[in-house]
Structure formats: structure tokens, C-alpha cells
Design a protein around this ligand. Structure first.
Ligand code: SER
Length: 317
């Protein structure tokens, strides 16, 4: 009998992962929490600040939690505004989760890591699983350290920690907040409103990205894989697709030929330049058969269709 806890349920990934977990396990088995509580069509998202160790432990005990998806975090761009607070929120909460998992024998724990763990020294093209990690953002530092803590709790205490280094996630269901890859979602919102977009990255900056449906499928496939198949307990590189702002613009123009983009790089350009432009995910392919389904025009096709649907529904109201 699985009992699932999600932290950061109201975030970009949390919103969609929660729905996927409810579809898989049933509403009553999924305990959704966030620092901003609210109620929506799937029920309530309860208040939980995962930095509050007692609050977290009580919930895990009372609800007999068997799996945790710890999605609460501050992302790369907004994290730079207050590095110490970002470290506290990202890392303290993760240690609380690991400790609680150890104490209360939670069966599986999921930790979202990121391409942000790579920095200036990493090869930028087809960056490998075992590439040198010297992240330049506090978000990247917290994820790189978090990976090591996950591996430590696995090796030392046998906690079944599983993790993915997500590329930038593109989806129509929810909005990202405070990331360096957010432009790849914002740009579609502008296009369907027939507005021009001002991009904060330069036109040739390639970054690894993944479509939401692929990101969710990867998460569930990794968590469902037999334990003995999981050879990496830090975090798995996964590939989706890679493109530059100019390439995504070209793709969007197939639907909106008059769409225009202006480039005004800001501080996020430097963050992006130190990240990989593409990812090697051979190990995820080998260990748990990972392969992405969505390429750039598939993403554009679905993003535009789904955002238009939402727009039309809003017009009808
Ligand atoms: N999408 C994240 C960010 O831009 C990277 O994991 O911060």
C-alpha cells in the first residue's frame, strides 16, 4: 500500500507530477504539500515548509509515507538573489527528508537534480554522467551537494534514493518560476497571444531541455525500475532535446510566421553559458531504458495546441 508525499507540489513539475501520481495511485494515496497551501480540482495542497524538520517528520509518521518526491527548491536565477537562504531551503529540507526517510524506513525517495550541477570546467557538448562538477550558482551547488548526500544515505543507510538531472522543463500545464530555462515556456505564451518576445538569453545559447510529458515519464520510470538496475545513486543525466533561442523561434514561426523575438541578454546569460549545451545519457538508457519522445517541432505543436485550448476556454468564460 503506497502512500506518497510530494513537497513543492505547487511548482512547475510538482503540479504535473502530482496529477500523474494521483492517476497512478489514486487521490487518497497522494499527500501533496507546498509552502503555499491551496485547494484545486485534485483536492488540497497542504501547508508544509520542508525546512521544518518536526513538521516534516510528523507528517511522514502520521501518514505512513512510503515514497517521497522532494520537489521543493529555489531555482537557479532567483536563487542568486539570496544565496544563503537558497542553500538553507534547498539543502536543509533535503537533509530533513533523508533523515526522516532513514528513521521511518520510507521505501523510496526521489531527488530532482539539474543540469545546473555542471559549471565552467565541464565539456559543454554531450556532457557525460561523470563530468567534473563545479557549479557557479548556489542552486547548482545545492543540487551537486544534494546528489552526494543522496548517495551517502544510500551507501551508508540503504535509503533507496533515486534522482534525475533535469534539463529545462517545458510544459503547458504550469509556469516555471525563477529558472534560467524559463524562456522556453514564456516564448510560447507570447506567441499564442500574438505578442513579440524579448529573450534574456542570446540567440545562439543552446541548452538541454525536456518536454513535460517526457520529464514525468522519466521520473515514474526511474522510480518503477527494479532496485538492482539503479547503478547511479548520485543522479542520472537524461536527455530530451537541445536548442537555441533562435531555433525555438524558427520552430514557432511554422505556426506563427509573424512572430518576432528581440534579444536582450541579462545575468542569466552567464548562468546559461556555463551549463551544458547537450547531454549524454547513455547510462540512463542502459540502466532503465530511458529514451525521450519529443523533439522540437513536437513540443511546439503540443504547446501551441494546448495553450490555445486554454486561451479559448478563458475567452468562453
Ligand atoms: N530549469 C532549472 C533552472 O533554470 C534548471 O534545473 O534553474
Amino acid at each position: 500500500m503506497e502512500r506518497i508525499l510530494i513537497t513543492g507540489s505547487g511548482g512547475q513539475l510538482g503540479t504535473v507530477l502530482r496529477k500523474a501520481l494521483i492517476d497512478k495511485y489514486g487521490t487518497e494515496r497522494v499527500v501533496a504539500t507546498d509552502i503555499r497551501p491551496r485547494t484545486d480540482e485534485f483536492g488540497s495542497i497542504d501547508l508544509l515548509n520542508a525546512v521544518d524538520r518536526n513538521g516534516l517528520e510528523n507528517l511522514i509518521k502520521e501518514q505512513s509515507i512510503t515514497q517521497i518526491y522532494h520537489l521543493a527548491a529555489i531555482l537557479s536565477a532567483s536563487g542568486e538573489a539570496d544565496p544563503v537562504r537558497t542553500w538553507d531551503i534547498n539543502l536543509k529540507s533535503w537533509l530533513n527528508v533523508l533523515e526522516a526517510a532513514r528513521k521511518y524506513k520510507v521505501e523510496k525517495v526521489f531527488f530532482p537534480s539539474s543540469i545546473a550541477v555542471f559549471g565552467a570546467s565541464a565539456n559543454k557538448v554531450d556532457t557525460s554522467q561523470t563530468e567534473y562538477l563545479d557549479p557557479l550558482t548556489v542552486y547548482g551547488i545545492s543540487k551537486a551537494a544534494g546528489e552526494q548526500w543522496g548517495n551517502y544515505y544510500f551507501s551508508k543507510f540503504g535509503v533507496d534514493v533515486r534522482s534525475i538531472r533535469y534539463p529545462g522543463v517545458i510544459g503547458h500545464e504550469s509556469l516555471p518560476g525563477g529558472g534560467t530555462t524559463d524562456y522556453a515556456v514564456e516564448i510560447y505564451h507570447k506567441a499564442i497571444n500574438n505578442e513579440a518576445y524579448t529573450c534574456y538569453l542570446s540567440k545562439n545559447t543552446a541548452l538541454p531541455m525536456i518536454y513535460m510529458a517526457d520529464a514525468i515519464r522519466a521520473t515514474l520510470e526511474l522510480m518503477d525500475a527494479p532496485k538492482e538496475k539503479i547503478k547511479t545513486r548520485t543522479s542520472y543525466n537524461i536527455n530530451g532535446l537541445s536548442f537555441t533561442p533562435e531555433e525555438i523561434t524558427r520552430s514557432i514561426k511554422k505556426w506563427y510566421p509573424n512572430f518576432t523575438v528581440e534579444y536582450q541578454p541579462d545575468f542569466r546569460q552567464k548562468i546559461a553559458e556555463n551549463w551544458p549545451s547537450s547531454i549524454d545519457d547513455t547510462q540512463a538508457q542502459r540502466d532503465w531504458n530511458w529514451s525521450p519522445h519529443y523533439q522540437l517541432d513536437d513540443v511546439s505543436n503540443e504547446m501551441i495546441a494546448e495553450l490555445r485550448k486554454k486561451q479559448n476556454l478563458l475567452k468562453e468564460v
